[in-house]
Write a protein that binds this ligand. Sequence first.
Ligand SMILES: [Mn+2]
Length: 564
Amino acid sequence: MTLPQRWRIIDFNQKEVEELQKQYNISEHFSKVLLNRKIISNQEIGGIFSPGLAFVHPPHLLPDIEIAGLRIEKAIKNGEKILLWGDEDTDGITATVFLYEVLKKLDGRVSYHIPSRKDEGIGLNIEGIKRAQEEGYTLIITVDCASGDFDEIHSAQKMGMDVIVTDHHEVPTLDGKNFALLNPKVANSSYPFPDIAGVTVAFKLGWFLTKRVLKVNDKEWKSAAGEWLPLVFLGTYADKVPLKNENWFLAKLGFNMLHSTKRKGIRNLIRAISKSGICDEMVAHKMISVLATAKTTGWMQNTGFNILTTMDEEYLDTTIPKLVKQSERWYAEASKNFRKVLSSLSGDVFDNVIFVYVPFVPSEYVSFCTSHLKERFSRSVIVVTDKNGLSFGEARTAGEFNIHELLSKYIKLFTSFGGHKSACGFTMRRENVGKLRQKIVEDFSKMSVTTDRTGELRIIGKLRLEDITEKLKDELMLLSPFGSGNPPPLFLARDLTFTKSTYTYEIPDTGEVKRIEMRGEKNAWIGINGQPISLDVVYYFNSIGTLIIADARPTVFNETITQT
Ligand SMILES: [Mn+2]
């Protein structure tokens, strides 16, 4: 059951559309797309037509980067053993790989450990710190974690090690901070765009260090950095940070390099997932879910790290197909659990927030269920299950609403809590779940319904499939890759006669016959007994110019189109 979304055709000032169109020699629809995204300055439009690292913020803007740079440079010069401490998701792994390779290039004596989320949890832990000390490490650099791990950091310091934190999660407090904390979200940060991924924070540190140690200039760095950009793309895409500002440029450049990268693991992943060998957004998502099954297998051992760094084809040929199968099984199991959660919903779907306690769902599927509920009902969602004698929950929000801030009010109810504005996680004693639920539902009932809902498809304009030009497709593809914060522009075609879930049409100029097909859930709209049916269709183009149907409904019932 999907609640019907309203379709809204955006209204444009025709004069503005024509002006922009003439000024940049672009098509009318693309002019509308740019106006809708408020991309109108010379510089912004220039960035879309020729994206480059020149549009990415320089590294010295990150807080504490000078202090970190000095300390790391000293460690390299003195031959100190440096331990990178990562996180077991794609953002954490790509960040670890990146900084590992940079420090190797700078002749650092570097190793890494990625804690197993299942056995060690997220962030620093005392056991690992002790082990690092025993093995003679004197500097620990975290990536994608540890902004709040003050106790562990102070312990490491007492054991004679320095700690540098690089991270992008919300920072709970700065009380007692006596270490370099490279996080664009710290309270006094003047970093211009804080919503970057952990891999991007690491990327900035690597850039800074390379300039400092090798005395290269920005231009030399930018030409050398290319090989790492696919890693930045994967981490950025996996963490679903908004593809805006510098995130978009980094994702764009990295995405474009996926096909030409020398990194064998990435090439092998694409081949294993995509029959055509071409990577679009769907393939990228699948790559990330395969990497998500590549776990930590012990101290300083992580399969994802191995995949992204190895040159050993044989290792990749045996490892990756196994992981692909495993991730398919995981997805099937996650979907099954999601359906169970769906059928357990009752009146919840009419509340401003969906808060469900579902102890029958294994904790590894909670994140999946939370995100999918949010997508389906376009509102804030909290899903809680039980894990290791405690309750464990995840929260996601639709739109701009800050769920991290709201949950922070109840920090006393949690035994652990962390995350971002739009996605966070927590653990708590089971007997407190009911109390939290009551508080949250109450908080949401006081908000206006629209605060956090995005249940509306906003459409650029009507565009018959016969009228789609190659020029427009090329223009739209400039905006890819599409994803969080950068949705593909939507168009509407009305009254298409579908026969057996297929619509066939002819391009007037060339006589070429094309067809589009209904797939998956949208199949609900195929005609009874295979009879032709007339449908209205909202569609878009993905990064490789394939037409994809976003939504469809029978023309006769379609009274939901509104013009703003
Ligand atoms: Mn991250």
